[in-house]
Design a protein around this ligand. Sequence first.
Ligand code: ATP
Length: 492
Amino acid sequence: MSGNQDLTTLLRARTPLLVIESAEEGRVIESFRHAIAQSLRPLFTWSITDGLRRIDMDDDGEHAVPDATMTLTSIKQRTEAGVFLLLDFQPYLRYPMTLRLLREIVLRQAAAEHTLVLVGSKIELPDDLTALATPFQMALPDAQAMAALVREEAFAYSRENSGRRVEVDADAARTIVRNLAGLTHADARRIVRKLIYADGALGPADIPGLAQAKFELLDRENLLHFEYETARFADVAGLARLKRWIQQREPAFVGRKQTVRLDPPKGILLLGVQGCGKSLAAKAVAGGFGVPLLRLDIGTLYNKYHGETERNLRAALKNAEMLSPCVLWLDEIEKALATEGSDDGVSRRVLGYLLTWMAERKGKVFLVATANDVSALPAELLRKGRFDEIFFVDLPGPEARAEVLRIHLTKRELNAADFDLDMIVAASDGFSGAEIEQLVVAALYAAAAEDRPLDTWHLLDEAKLTRPLSVMMADRVSALREWARERTVPAD
Ligand SMILES: Nc1ncnc2c1ncn2[C@@H]1O[C@H](COP(=O)(O)OP(=O)(O)OP(=O)(O)O)[C@@H](O)[C@H]1O
């Protein structure tokens, strides 16, 4: 359960034991102060430092000593039913006497209908108590509360800086408020303060920093990778159709106002020959949408957390939703989802969960799955409607090869016009983008060894020495192309 309304209901119902996992103790206490007004019961807090204190009215100064057992005994003896917030009580849950007293109070073996509330960042109950406890989740702040929090922080900055006003870009501020969703008050406040105090302004330049800070807060278990480097489409040679597809969908994905209502795009599968730019394209999709890129390596989830794959997948996808709008990249999806083999049905359950999530996800999470080996991909994943489109990323044709050369020469501060690109393009037939890049890298070493500037001949010599994958694994590549012809759309 969550929300202040629900809390009032739980107190009215005289729920005997509530468990609240939250690091925001102050907010929990405040919520109870509000909720208690209608329940007509006295409200107490207990902590090891202050003992038991009444907080809904002036304290009577009659504090029980901080000892946990004595406190519970005194609660048990009270005839007037009260609500008791036990702060950081976890360490005492290992003592038999404490547990017995808790159970007696909760089971109303005492006369009064008390409500005990365990509050702490992490609370693990013994089985006996779990059955008697009601977990309660504090409501996260809504957009209105986030906007108020941003205003408060801007005001605080101004007060501390001799009245200097924070420069606020209205559009960026709206995006910031939207992107704070999913954070607690304390975390959101920390981030906003950092953004404001960095330069006394809130503007578009703060949005990537916000995504990164939010990622660091949410993905504490390192289930996802935040890809700091997203590519620009200009860094990717070829793939014209894929680029056009993304550009057409960008307004609908980011939610820009349009005359016609378009369904937001959900995701694509990039299948293709190794080294032809699938990973690069995934990065460029995030760059094209102007949102962060998160990579989920399902294969690592299996190895890293043996026996907890499904729980972690669920947590990773939830984190991605909290970080939306974003692109979620599932790399080498076939390795994780191959349902043949003996892993006790884990991959089948993982696939099932992923398919359900794809169909029902709420946040703006655009999925980019990449795969090399179609034979290992489960048929369910390829069924119509799962992805918006399945693109095939083939070996680059002559024009795309020239572009790959231009991109990688320019990256190394060389002028592509100084080279005979036509000759190199002809000599690199069947090369992948990665192999062409390697050509440039190796030729540069050869030129450096001769102490001469790089020229066309260095590149041609290296091309002669290269045996591309498409030759070494000709059968596999042609089988993949054959398969793709009928079932996919060419990315170029
Ligand atoms: N179309 C391209 N344009 C520019 N560079 C490219 C292109 N294709 C590949 N490259 C270069 O090759 C590198 C490796 O390519 P990338 O990892 O994107 O291929 P991939 O298809 O994902 O390969 P794999 O299936 O092995 O993961 C890229 O980082 C980039 O430098």
